[in-house]
Design a protein around this ligand. Structure first.
Ligand code: SAH
Length: 215
């Protein structure tokens, strides 16, 4: 749980949650989590007044924080009313989505490929005292074998194809939410069933590319 947060942005955040509901986000636990995490602390002060707008924002290093609707939609698809014990996020970025996931899952692992971005994110997350979130600098296309299997995996960057390591690290009944494609991307939901992985295309999206090199 996030604690030690001031009241300044509470009303703006409540309005953001109302807009998410109006756009079709229904899961009350997801809406509550979005209402708790202070999105403005994850972006640079210069643009923090825009933190609750429904748009993606730059976070430096050529990367972006996804729009609130996109985060809520992906997290809702991942959870669908279930309690998830172990979740992997690929693409920590500024750590916002990881903080939302940590409100809902028992344990969250989030991996990032840009070292300097991850260090800044660690510093920003520290005061929020989120104890069930582990961060690691690594190439997420390989998943995180030492913590696998996961009952949920969420990828915040678009891959040309679904990385096979991620499917291999999905527990039975687990779900993977991932944007797939290059210029034209679709958000794909994969469920690990007894008969193997079952895929469903959800909607068109636009994400930064999933890249393999650590920097
Ligand atoms: N969830 C983030 C969104 C960040 S944008 C947030 O809430 O801010 C996607 C992130 O994925 C970028 O920071 C990018 O550096 C990272 N990324 C891209 N390819 C990756 C890979 N192979 N492994 C880990 N992280 C990756």
């Amino acid at each position: 749980m996030v604690s030690g947060i001031g009241m300044t942005s509470d009303r703006t955040r409540a309005r953001m949650v109302e807009r998410l509901k109006a756009r079709g986000i229904q899961d009350t636990l997801v809406l509550a989590a979005m209402g708790r995490v202070p999105r403005h602390v994850f972006v640079d002060e210069g643009i923090s007044v825009r933190a609750y707008e429904d748009s993606a924002l730059p976070i430096g290093f050529g990367q972006t924080i996804s729009a609130p609707y996109t985060v809520a939609r992906m997290v809702e698809l991942l959870f669908q009313g279930r309690k998830l014990t172990k979740v992997l996020e690929v693409g920590t970025g500024c750590g916002y989505q990881a903080a939302v996931l940590a409100q809902l899952a028992t344990e969250v692992y989030s991996v990032e490929r840009i070292g300097a971005l991850l260090e800044r994110t660690r510093a920003r997350l520290w005061p929020l005292m989120i104890r069930n979130l582990r961060l690691k600098l690594t190439d997420g296309t390989k998943g995180l074998p030492e913590a696998a299997p996961f009952d949920g995996i969420i990828v915040a960057a678009a891959a040309p194809q679904i990385p096979s390591a991620l499917l291999a690290q999905l527990a039975p009944g687990g779900r993977l939410v991932i944007p797939v494609g290059e210029r034209q991307q679709q958000l794909i939901l994969v469920e690990q069933t007894e008969a193997g992985p079952v895929q469903r295309a959800i909607e068109s999206v636009h994400f930064v590319p999933l890249l393999e090199q650590i920097q």
